[in-house]
Design a protein around this ligand. Sequence first.
Ligand SMILES: *Cc1c(COP(=O)(O)O)cnc(C)c1O
Length: 433
Amino acid sequence: MSAGPRSRELYARACQIMPAGVSSPVRAFGSVGGQPLFYDHAAGCRFTDADGREFVDYVGSWGPLILGHAHPAVVEAVTAAAAAGTSFGAPCARELELAELVISAVPFLEMVRFVSSGTEAVMSAVRLARGVTGRDAIVKFTGCYHGHADYLLVAAGSGLATFGTPSSAGVPASSAAHTLVLPLADEAAFRKLMAERGGEVAAVVIEGVPANNGLLPQTPAFVAALRDECDRHGAMLILDEVITGFRLGPDGAAGLYGVVPDLATYGKVIGGGLPVGAYGGRREHMERLAPLGPVYQAGTLSGNPVAMAAGAAALRELLADDGRAWRRLDELGERLERGLREVFVRRGVPWSVVRRGSILWLALQEGPPPVAAEGIDPEAAGRYARLHAALLERGIYLAPSAYEVMFVSTAHDEAAIDQTVAAFSDAIRAIEW
Ligand SMILES: *Cc1c(COP(=O)(O)O)cnc(C)c1O
């Protein structure tokens, strides 16, 4: 069993009129095989597909749904906002509400600007860093995803510390030519690169906790080295908190590492399930943006009142009761981690679970979990595909790619976690490895 008859019918129709039938590539199930399930409706940690079957959801819309699907406070806020006008293209108080929540939670943010996606947030932050420093080069790390801007769809060139090469067709070599790509977790390589070309670098960009290519937590020492070299060479440190912002706690990965970036980017959780991105930093930098300064960036739907209301409702829930929500998320994540570890031991598979708070990743390979993209065993993808299919049969929906993480929400409860652990145990037993 993967997709039921109704999902298959919808998918056949979709494929006629949309490339691979989807609006974003990973949704097409290409890397696990089979056909995608069509969601019909969802509440809490569960969704019902087009064939009326219920699943415990660990995708959570790829991160935004930290409160689960259709959280009453978010639905109420969205409904009220929509009834008062769906878009203004002019300032509105709802923007202020979200901006004040974000700024009050993150100590190093003095100003933010809203955009409509994480991609736009990172693009805009990079432009600002280039505008402020007057330099063109940026440094990124293999395995970190920062959205689909041309100069961020770049893979390492041949040999370390060379300028990158496009990782997608349609990206001009000239766009990749300003992007330096390095492996994660290699402080020596990074320091060497900065010693050689630090004076050309506008910004070093890294994911809060890299979570788009497995979960690859970095050491505080590595992140401190980024801060140190940026300071030495006058480059800006951009912490891409699109996944980690408000997911790992009120101050995201910055709080976890104890690092103060020059600019931080947000998306996913801060939109409460609607399209919102944001970037921010110190006043002196943010006031370089148009119309105050020379760095242009704009958006027709930026600060959209319905999206702002959803984000503010979500953040208010998270920030209530002194951040109780994050303690709960950690508790649930820990229960899932422990349960899965026990299953792996009991079933005799040499796999590990990597977790930071409510983000979990299954490293279906032997040995210590990887800390850089280069350490991920490509064979793990095949194991994941079989596990994914067996879990679908048992009512558990994981992301359709071995490189994606699992997201726990506050709407997951002990019963859902325990159901998940039991399904894993049964699925691993049933598969002929
Ligand atoms: C999802 C993501 C993005 C891109 O956000 P979109 O809203 O999909 O454009 C950028 N950076 C990180 C770290 C992400 O996880």
